[in-house]
Every structure is written in C-alpha cells, then in structure tokens.
Design a protein around this ligand. Structure first.
Ligand SMILES: Cc1cc2nc3c(=O)[nH]c(=O)nc-3n(C[C@H](O)[C@H](O)[C@H](O)COP(=O)(O)OP(=O)(O)OC[C@H]3O[C@@H](n4cnc5c(N)ncnc54)[C@H](O)[C@@H]3O)c2cc1C
Length: 303
C-alpha cells in the first residue's frame, strides 16, 4: 500500500472509532487480562523466547489511580512464579504516581520491588520522557541498594546517555539500551537517525567492555547485525547480553534466527485495558501498519 496513504491513515486514525484502533492493538498487546498475558508468554516460552511483562498504563491524574496498577503488578509477579512461566517484569514509574508525588510513588514501587525479590525475579524500570530521567535513575539507585536484580533503560537519542551509563558502570549492571520513543528537543537529543544508531552501538559496547549486561532493545536490523558481529568477534559470553523486541513487531524471522543461533531473545509483552495510547504510539512508529489494519478491516467486513 502506498506510503502517502499509510501516512494519511496514521493522521486520521486518532479520529477513528476505538474498535478500529483495536485492530492494531491486537497485534501489540497480549490481551486485557493477566490470563491473556500468561497464555502468550507460555506460547513464546515454548518457541524459545523469554519475556518481560508490563501492565499497560502511564501518566495518571490522581494517586487513587495507582491502586489498580499496583495490585496488577503484585498479581503479575506472583503469577509468573505460580504459573512457572519465564518472564521478568517491566514498569513505568508514572503509572505509580511519579508525576504527582515521588514519596508515594516510592512506597508503591517498593512494594513491587519486595515482591519481585521474594520471587527471585528481575525488575526493569522503563525510561520515560527526559523530564523524568534524573528521578528515574534515582529510583534505580535506591532500588539497587535493596535488591540487586533491578535494571534501568537508557535512550540512545539523548546526549546525556553515555555519561549516565558511565556513572552507573559496575560489574553486572543491567541496562536496556533503546533509541527512545518520546519527542525530545534538539538541545538535548540527537535527531539524526544515523547518530542515534551510532550512539546506540557505542552504549552497547560501553556496557559489554565493562562487565555490564546489555539488553539490546531494537527492531533495527542494522543494529542487530552490528551487535551480533561485535558479540561474535569479541567472544562475549551469552550470559552478558540479550536481544529484546516488542510483542507484535513483524521481525519474527530475525528473532527466530537469533534464538536458533543461541542468543537470548526477550519479548516485551504488555497487557491490560489501557491499550489505546500504547497502540497509537506503535502505529506512529510504523505507518505501514495502518495499511495492514485497513486491509484487516476490510477482510473482516468482507467475510
Ligand atoms: C523491548 C523494548 C523496550 C523498550 N522500552 C523503552 C523505554 O523504556 N523507553 C523508551 O523511550 N523507549 C522504549 N522502547 C522503544 C524504543 O525506544 C524505540 O522507540 C522503538 O523500539 C523503535 O526503535 P527501533 O530501535 O526499533 O528502530 P526503528 O528505526 O524505529 O525501527 C526499525 C524497524 O522496525 C520497525 N518498527 C519499529 N518499531 C515498530 C513498531 N512498534 N511496530 C512496527 N514496526 C516497528 C520500523 O518501522 C523499522 O522498519 C523499547 C523498545 C523495545 C523493543
């Protein structure tokens, strides 16, 4: 389908009925319930993938809105153990109240961290927009003093990221490297895709050269290829890194090949009722999807 048409669809989708956007969501979200997430993760595990599960939701307006995600995260952590599925947990601090009250957010976060520790699992703190970078890294530092199996995320579009990684470098430090998804000003963030890619590779190498653990989160085949070459030529052991991708992004063949070549591949599996903003972001990242949805929509109608 023509690019201009897909771009046109992306611009008009926000005006579309929610059920139509739901057709996108189906590709990116495991479902609305924890049972949906368990089913998807079990299926991924059977295919050789590990997972990171995330309860959908972010910016909230009232602290009472943190109660549900908190319950859901505690339940998720418990269920990962009881169902014996292979998954860790990712979360966004804004969902726990970060933009409203940092102390209350810490209280919420600590409850989840303690549960993760009890279950001997791993907790990844997602990175949000640049206004929250410092406070998120502070949360990570504090969390690390309580439990070692916690990691943060660094965005290769931010100028500051190399310095941030250097500040935290220590053996076993576990960092997810991604490009970054928020709109950031040229004063603080690279805008050129080539620069963002170069910085991504620099950050991964920085981790791997300094006994860190690199979680390489990208669908960019050039980066994946460059990392594979670097790992191979430097004999980096398989327990020092992993590749990560978002559930539903159409790079299955590459992911399957990575698994069959012995690399760990973790799929980010979101679930929950709050699928709308997440799916809209995914759609903006890949306008071609709008064309697929359009086709799906008419296939459904013509059945
Ligand atoms: C596991 C994981 C966790 C992440 N966590 C964070 C986080 O905590 N904070 C943050 O700011 N960002 C996060 N991101 C998002 C990341 O920053 C990028 O915005 C996103 O991954 C797109 O960049 P890319 O590296 O895949 O490269 P791109 O150059 O954007 O994409 C490479 C190719 O993949 C396709 N593609 C990329 N994304 C999608 C998509 N969603 N759907 C369909 N096709 C797609 C593109 O069309 C292109 O063909 C995460 C990404 C992943 C994979």
């Amino acid at each position: 389908m023509a690019k201009w048409f897909n771009n046109f669809l992306v611009k008009t989708v926000p005006m579309a009925p929610k059920f139509m956007v739901g057709l996108v969501a189906k590709k990116y979200v495991s479902g609305e319930t924890l049972q949906d997430a368990v089913r998807v993760i079990r299926d991924l595990n059977a295919k050789g993938f590990t997972a990171s599960s995330d309860v959908l939701g972010e910016h909230i307006h009232d602290l009472s809105e943190t109660e549900l995600p908190l319950e859901m995260y505690l339940d998720l952590t418990e269920t990962i153990s009881s169902e014996q599925i292979d998954s860790n947990v990712s979360l966004k601090l804004t969902q726990l109240g970060l933009e409203i009250d940092s102390d209350r957010t810490w209280e919420n976060f600590e409850k989840i961290l303690v549960k993760i520790k009890e279950q001997d699992n791993f907790l990844r703190i997602d990175m949000e927009d640049s206004a929250l970078t410092d406070v998120t890294l502070e949360f990570f530092k504090r969390a690390k003093s309580i439990y070692k199996n916690v990691g943060f995320v660094i965005q290769s579009y931010l100028h500051r990221s190399e310095k941030d990684i250097r500040n935290f470098l220590s053996p076993g430090i576990n960092v997810r490297v991604c490009k970054g998804i928020y709109k950031e000003s040229p004063d603080i963030a690279f805008q050129d895709p080539v620069k963002i890619r170069e910085n991504f590779l620099l950050l991964v190498k920085l981790l791997l050269e300094n006994d860190g653990y690199a979680a390489i989160a990208t669908h960019d085949l050039i980066i994946i290829d460059a990392c594979e070459k670097y790992i191979k030529s430097n004999n980096i052991p398989a327990d020092r890194y992993e590749f990560q991708a978002l559930y539903g992004v159409p790079i299955h063949n590459t992911l399957k090949r990575l698994v069959s070549d012995g690399h760990t591949v973790r799929i980010y599996v979101p679930y929950g009722k709050d699928w709308y903003p997440y799916s809209m972001r995914r759609l903006k990242e890949n306008p071609d999807l709008a064309g697929y949805i359009f086709k799906d929509f008419f296939n459904i109608k013509s059945k």
